[in-house]
Ligand binder design. Sequence first.
Ligand code: I3P
Length: 126
Amino acid sequence: KDVIPPLEQLMVEKEGYLQKAKIADGGKKLRKNWTTSWIVLSSRKIEFYKESKQQALSNMKTGNKPESVDLCGAHIEWAKEKSSRKNVFQITTLSGNEFLLQSDIDFIILDWFHAIKNAIDRLPKD
Ligand code: I3P
């Protein structure tokens, strides 16, 4: 039976396209592979969709799930030294997953950094 999540968890705070590279999974380093991702931020989590929003919405009907990142206890920091690209920040989850996010457009990456940082700061740390 479907469980209905609290409304607060369903509220989208920000969404849009960024460049994304997952560089660790559970503390294990991964080969860096930048891809465009449709990113949806809500109060407790970020969802990464591999496809366009349009495609993601139609995939929802077939049960195709996005990668979901729990923001409780997560860290966010600028990560200049982790890439040759400009405007890169890193999110590290409690479970040891590491993601780099990037945009060439300064205000876009700044908006995302602050939106995610605010979401993390509002959450309990564990
Ligand atoms: C990687 C690819 C990435 C690059 C990374 C390379 O090579 O060019 O774009 O990261 O650099 O290793 P490959 O495709 O052969 O895996 P940036 O674009 O973020 O610099 P890195 O190893 O210095 O992270």
